[in-house]
Design a protein around this ligand. Sequence first.
Ligand code: NAD
Ligand code: AHE
Ligand code: ZN
Length: 375
Amino acid sequence: TAGQVIKCKAAVAWGPGQPLIIEEIEVAPPKKGEVRVKILATGVCHTDAYTLSGKDPEGEWWPIVFGHEGGGIVESVGEGVTSVQPGDHVIPLYIPECGQCKFCKSGKTNLCSIVRSTQGRGLMPDETTRFTCKGQKLYHYMGCSTFSQYTVLSEISVAKINPKAPLDKVCLLGCGITTGYGAATKTANVQPGSTVAVFGCGGVGLSVIQGAAARKASQIIAVDKNPKKFEYAKKLGATDFVNPDDYDKPIQQVLIEMTDGGLDYTFECIGNTKLMRAALESCHKGWGESIIIGVAGAGEEISTRPFQLVTGRVWKGSAFGGVKGRSELPSLVENYLEKKFEIDMFATHQFKLGDINKAFEIMHDGDCIRAVISF
Ligand code: NAD
Ligand code: AHE
Ligand code: ZN
């Protein structure tokens, strides 16, 4: 198939708020510096639903193939590609790692900038797309588009992993699990004995809990309005559980009272700007740090009294947990294979591609952490 157009099935989003439609699409061969990957499994992240809903200020491109939490096998490579070859098992990366740009070389961030501007417009770096359907071009999503049997990515947007790892599990490292774990262990760098509160216990928040527990935090408070999430939170190491609906005072007050003045670290894993404020204001005076992970809709803004920061609380954000995908994901896969790192518990539901809309519906069900789509 190398060098030829592949016809395959993909879930196409024709417009905001519409259900995805399974279509036969054409996938062009990879160009210079690109790889074509056969996707075997993909998770569905809250961010896919967010952009599909029309709330993403960047999401002006339709029709589009969503999905950014996948696992697959390299089918063919374009000119000049040397770091991967056909048959390699890979995880697509929405934050690539070129190793050359100002960001990669800074040692301060994982936000590689090299393909970000075209990626944000749904295009490959040469400003075109590799997908067509019924004579129309389809846009790419976050440089990944994993809701397709085949997709094309930049070489720098894939992490090569151990082929022994089951792709229907480690695909979840493509976003949610790595994001939460990295936010705790890298962005916040949670210290042993410290106190942590996690707002929102979906795939991302539960992974923050796994990361904080790995760092031996002494108290990990899980906050969610859906009590079904607490069972998972407990298994991953949460010590306390707070449902804001059980209180008639502000949640920051509840948490400050529980922790002798506030937490060392808090994480917002929902995408709700009111809770971003509550998470910051739940931090301990003088040193508490709050990490924003949740993604908020177009036009939404955060606010707090500047005095909160003047008196030593710190507001930070985290994308993909601050993790550099190509150099750091392979070792997370190894940790999983050595049973030092939990992934299986997160994969609560399985669907075939044809039922992908059910995965979007069930995301709002308390029993679902991640639905994994197989092809
Ligand atoms: P999810 O929908 O699985 O989980 C969200 C959780 O928040 C659910 O358990 C829900 O019950 C809870 N919740 C919702 N409203 C609440 C409220 N008012 N009070 C308390 N709990 C509430 O989502 P997810 O996949 O875990 O993603 C979480 C957020 O992180 C989303 O905004 C997503 O877009 C974002 N995200 C960001 C990054 C990043 O790199 N920054 C990566 C992945 C996801
Ligand atoms: N397009 C949105 C922002 C979306 C966003 O913040 N994305 C996160 C990843 S969410 C994964 O589930 C991210 O990593 N952002 C870094 C980046 O470069 O996009 C908007 O508001 O414009
Ligand atoms: Zn995601």
